[in-house]
Design a protein around this ligand. Sequence first.
Ligand SMILES: Nc1ncnc2c1ncn2[C@@H]1O[C@H](COP(=O)(O)OP(=O)(O)OP(=O)(O)O)[C@@H](O)[C@H]1O
Length: 326
Amino acid sequence: MLTVRELTKRYGATTAVDALTFDVRPGRVTGFLGPNGAGKSTTMRVLLGLDRPTSGAALVNGRRYADIAEPAREVGALLDAAAVHPGRSAHAHLLALARGSGIPRGRAAEVLDTVGLAGAAGRRVGGFSLGMRQRLGIAAALLGDPGILVFDEPINGLDLDGVLWVRGLVRTLADEGRTVLVSSHLMSEMQLVADRLVVVGGGRLIAEAAMPDLIAAWSRTHVAVRTPDPGRLAAHLRERSGPGGRVTVDQSADGGLAVYGLAPEDVGDAAHAAGVRVHALYREEASLEQAYLELTEADVQYTAGGGAAAVLAAADAPTTEQEESR
Ligand SMILES: Nc1ncnc2c1ncn2[C@@H]1O[C@H](COP(=O)(O)OP(=O)(O)OP(=O)(O)O)[C@@H](O)[C@H]1O
């Protein structure tokens, strides 16, 4: 299990990670999703003891990485696939790592086989393609047969075969009961591999939810309304919704309203009842990718009651996980 608590990491004036809190549990693939610069790599580096937190904690099985007696047997990571001595063969590279971690020599050939590099075991890593380096990085992560795997953008540089292979591998690792954290900046990829998502933007947590809940919350259609009196209509719709209601209303900067949880005819009736003139009213479909892009745009992320927050608030119903635990 990985535990991140109020983690903050600053580099000079840059806050790479900002009071981030989330858990990564065993037996599932947790996707760590966010645009470039969102703080994913920094969080992973702190988890793996490669960087010190400014404040807060990032723990592996409840301990700081530095306090783990045999870290390679507990957590394996692919962080920077390029960070390999170019003059060494793939096999020699893994042997050196195994020796440094007290892992039996035989594991080097085993993991090369697992990642499909057995045929290239004796070749110098300097001549490897990016995809081969990714595979070698994953082999290194698997060396100590750890219960926790952390992969930073593992599909970068892989061809389609490689991408399919990584998807299969992370699924197998999770099905074996391991804790698997995989980062990506692509929602489309996460949709295919992750059971659960931790979404970050600007170093902060945007959402942490089971994938089906996120899909249900983010891909909801809404009714878009153009009216000269958006404030009055929004207030009326919220009133009609009542306490704990499923209707949320988001007002954009240009005055347009997005109404979630009502059919277009209900919104029209509500406008009529409120005596509010309507200039346009239509149903709008939002894709998951679209919702993610909007949520991670710096200026929309944290507007309380605004679009992103409203969509997420609407997902406050019991999560799949809560239901599972009943
Ligand atoms: N060593 C460093 N020194 C200064 N700034 C850093 C350092 N490492 C990361 N940053 C900054 O911290 C922020 C978060 O970077 P990070 O690499 O963690 O994001 P990321 O989500 O992994 O994105 P990417 O996919 O681009 O790596 C960025 O603004 C980055 O420029």
